[in-house]
Design a protein around this ligand. Structure first.
Ligand code: CO8
Length: 256
């Protein structure tokens, strides 16, 4: 089950709620998440917070019993489905943050990696322990973790299955911020608030320039930046931002 609500400032909150299995992601739950993302888009949310219900786990990964006894085709299709849902989250035009309290393992950490940002509470533990099951990550972990923390650290974590505490996760850049404790919705909304004072177009273009540039050559990345910065320049919010500077007042952005 997935709980959904809208927080102040049109920030959508998605809560994975399958507490008896530490919010593990069954295939049904992945479909529920996909449909919840449809609704976030339809409601024109300006930001997204993803978290897990209860105080034990953000998400303990894919549902392990469900992975047993599947054909190669089923396994391949399952990995594709998880990757596609997480890629949708990764490419949302609005900023997203995973609020990680308790465990974020395997597919759970891969879900957090797909968000724009990650905030962990001090008691959080994170890792990709698939190797201990004789598996490897299949929902984007082998690709997104090295892009975030570097190849050496990612290999060390993926090949050992070692889990990290919040302070180490912050030190290696796996999470953006650690907070002592608090309600996940409030933590997420507070984290997104400074970004959401800006226009959605500029936020989206900047995110795209960084993320698309990370997947290509410097030369191609510079071309992407040129195109997107030119598009940003053409928006009403850019006209407002520059005029507000001249007028010595704060800008009023309208996501236009
Ligand atoms: N799936 C299903 N059930 C789970 C999962 C899980 N990933 N994790 C925990 N549970 C269940 C337990 O079975 C237990 O249920 P029950 O009470 O019925 O026995 C309940 O949640 C509570 O768990 P524990 O009693 O184990 O709680 P502890 O606090 O002792 O331990 C841990 C918590 C350390 C998180 C432990 O449960 C654990 O190690 N869980 C597994 C973590 C893991 O290995 N995750 C990776 C899974 S594989 C994966 O994510 C691959 C993704 C890509 C797949 C691509 C192919 C399609």
């Amino acid at each position: 089950m997935i709980q959904e609500s809208m927080l102040e400032g049109r920030i959508a909150l998605i809560t994975l709620d399958r507490q008896k299995a530490l919010n593990a992601l069954s295939f049904q739950q992945l479909q529920n998440l996909d449909q919840a993302i449809d609704r976030v888009v339809a409601k024109r949310a300006r930001g997204l917070v993803i978290t897990g219900a209860g105080d034990k786990a953000f998400c303990a990964g894919a549902d392990i019993p469900e992975l047993i006894g599947r054909t190669l085709r089923e396994e391949h299709d399952g990995a594709r489905m998880g990757q596609e849902v997480f890629q949708r989250i990764h490419q949302l035009p609005v900023p997203s943050v995973a609020v990680i309290h308790g465990y974020a393992f395997g597919g759970g950490l891969e879900l957090a990696l797909a968000c724009t940002f990650r905030v962990a509470t001090a008691a959080a533990r994170m890792g990709l322990p698939e190797i201990k099951l004789g598996l490897i990550p299949g929902y984007g972990g082998t690709q997104r973790l090295p892009r975030l923390v570097g190849e050496g650290r990612a290999l060390e974590l993926i090949l050992s299955g070692r889990t990290v505490k919040a302070d180490e996760a912050e030190r290696i850049g796996l999470v953006n911020q650690v907070v002592e404790t608090g309600a996940p919705a409030e933590i997420g909304a507070a984290y997104l608030a400074p970004f959401l004072q800006y226009g959605l177009n500029a936020l989206d273009f900047a995110r795209q320039a960084v993320q698309r540039g990370m997947q290509t050559t410097l030369e191609e990345g510079l071309r992407i930046e040129r195109d997107l910065s030119t598009l940003a320049y053409r928006t009403a919010d850019a006209a407002e931002g520059m005029q507000a500077f001249l007028d010595k007042r704060g800008p009023v952005f309208k996501d236009a």
